[in-house]
Write a protein that binds this ligand. Structure first.
Ligand SMILES: Cc1cc2nc3c(=O)[nH]c(=O)nc-3n(C[C@H](O)[C@H](O)[C@H](O)COP(=O)(O)OP(=O)(O)OC[C@H]3O[C@@H](n4cnc5c(N)ncnc54)[C@H](O)[C@@H]3O)c2cc1C
Length: 440
């Protein structure tokens, strides 16, 4: 049991884009004297999720960008508890943490209970396979660093196999085939990043391998890719992908994944060495009916505009795992990094208000637009500009700059201005001095 006398305990579960920003602000604001801010997280390090497709392709070394929770909490005045949420006891106000096991399954620490005065659930989302046959067994996902690393290891093995085959027989029909299901930002960005990585491989010992050996098929059930972007920008992204060599299929639902590849509704088998599922997200299964709280579509905790759960004022939910409809809107806030960032700020203000006995404010989502990075080849997107009074399409360097600024804002939110700016500068230096690919 994690207790600390009469201190007010604020527990944040999930140290991702939303939860880590919130725990940082709570720790910095409330300090350790009268408050105990506890972050419960099932991983030991944090990597900003929108970087995962770059980690998967090898164009980003996650070791350089990840944040260790232990050192971070020491700096920012919160406590980090390594563990996985498995339940909420609302009567006694405790969160239940599953037993912690080592890699061999041996129990290191038994089941735990952590008392809370205020609880924030920020456990994010996982890929949704919509129950499609064979997907869980045969596909890779990009939900975590471990999964991105697994993808990269398998990709490199296949590139090595093709490279060896070509060394022995330069005319061999040897390729690495990758099927990506889902034409949203994750699928599109991964497809482009793979070509960036493949082009760099020949500089690192795979001399006979080049991007023409990469066969990527992007499969989308809907009528077009990137539905969140205006049609002309989505068309531009599609044209860019096709120029790279990506086969883009739209209006093509996948009904099964098997060891050979993806089976479409028309019965076609699209063969693949690597299969990636990136066709939508849902909140983790554990949230379903957790603590008797109201859950909506895809296990999301339903919250009021104040981000408090509908059945418990002391429990907030933020980020991908909550279903929030803002005042005057009909559709829920989308599962996006910018929404997570904004919700962390509102939740912080509302917890302060609640403690001070002031009224809470409603969350209003400010959609600053959507940007999709086609690796070094292009960036496309649209900005919702107050200045331009509507949606403004942007491409190229400006779009790349705005795309990167979302991550920079996250860095500043979790490290403060000084260290955040220093890390941004270090990132630029690393681009020059470090290898272009992570090869192990
Ligand atoms: C490849 C990829 C690219 C993306 N690109 C973009 C983009 O360009 N722009 C954009 O706006 N959004 C993008 N997104 C979406 C964005 O990453 C998410 O919307 C954002 O990370 C949500 O933040 P979050 O804090 O809710 O969840 P997360 O950042 O996922 O954090 C959730 C945290 O909770 C922890 N956790 C989960 N379950 C438990 C548990 N039971 N107990 C304890 N801890 C737990 C996880 O380990 C994780 O650290 C992308 C996502 C992916 C996968």
């Amino acid at each position: 049991m994690v207790e600390s006398g009469k201190k007010t305990q604020i527990v944040v579960v999930g140290g991702g884009a939303a939860g880590l920003e919130l725990a940082t602000r709570l720790g910095a604001h409330f300090g350790r004297e009268k408050f105990d801010i506890i972050l419960v997280e099932k991983n030991r390090t944090h990597i900003w999720k929108p970087l995962l497709h770059e980690v998967a392709a090898g164009s980003l070394d996650a070791n350089l960008d990840e944040v260790g929770y232990r050192s971070h909490c020491h700096r920012w005045g919160y406590r980090y508890f390594y563990g996985q949420l498995e339940g909420i006891d609302r009567d006694s106000r405790h969160v239940l943490i599953a037993p912690i096991r080592d890699e061999d399954g041996r129990e290191i620490m038994g089941r735990h209970r952590i008392r809370y005065d205020y609880l924030v659930v920020a456990v994010g989302s996982v890929s949704n396979d919509f129950g499609t046959k064979g997907v869980a067994e045969h596909c890779l996902f990009l939900d975590s660093r471990v999964q991105a690393d697994r993808f990269r290891a398998q990709l490199l093995n296949h590139c090595l196999r093709v490279s060896r085959t070509l060394q022995n027989d330069p005319d061999a029909d040897a390729t690495v085939r990758v099927d990506i299901v889902g034409g949203g930002a994750t699928g599109v960005e991964l497809a482009a990043e793979l070509f960036n990585a493949a082009a760099a491989l020949r500089h690192y010992g795979l001399e006979v391998f080049d991007e023409s050996r990469l066969k990527v098929t992007l499969i989308e059930a809907g009528p077009r890719i990137l539905p969140m972007l205006p049609e002309n920008l989505a068309d531009a992204a599609r044209a860019e992908l096709e120029t790279l060599g990506v086969r883009v299929l739209t209006g093509t639902p996948v009904v099964e994944a098997n060891a050979q590849g993806m089976v479409t509704a028309s019965g076609e088998l699209i063969g693949a060495d690597l299969k990636v599922w990136a066709a939508g997200v849902k909140a983790p299964e554990i949230l379903k009916d957790i603590g008797g709280l109201e859950t909506g579509r895809g296990n999301q905790l339903v919250v009021r505009p104040t981000l408090q759960t509908t059945r418990d004022d002391r429990i907030f939910a933020i980020g991908d795992c909550c279903q929030c409809v803002c005042p005057g809107e009909t559709r829920p806030v989308p599962p996006r990094a910018q929404a997570a960032h904004q919700m962390a700020a509102t939740c912080f203000a509302n917890i302060r208000a609640m403690i001070a006995g002031r009224p809470l404010k409603d969350f209003h989502y400010h959609d600053h637009g959507s940007l999709v990075s086609l690796s070094r080849f292009s960036t496309v997107g649209s900005l919702m500009g107050n200045l331009v009074g509507g949606r403004m399409a942007i491409e190229g360097r400006l779009a790349r700059f705005v795309y990167l600024s979302l991550y920079r804002m996250h860095l500043i939110a979790i490290h403060g201005w000084l260290k955040g700016l220093a890390l941004i500068a270090v990132g630029h230096v690393n681009q020059i001095v470090r290898p272009r690919l992570k090869l192990h």
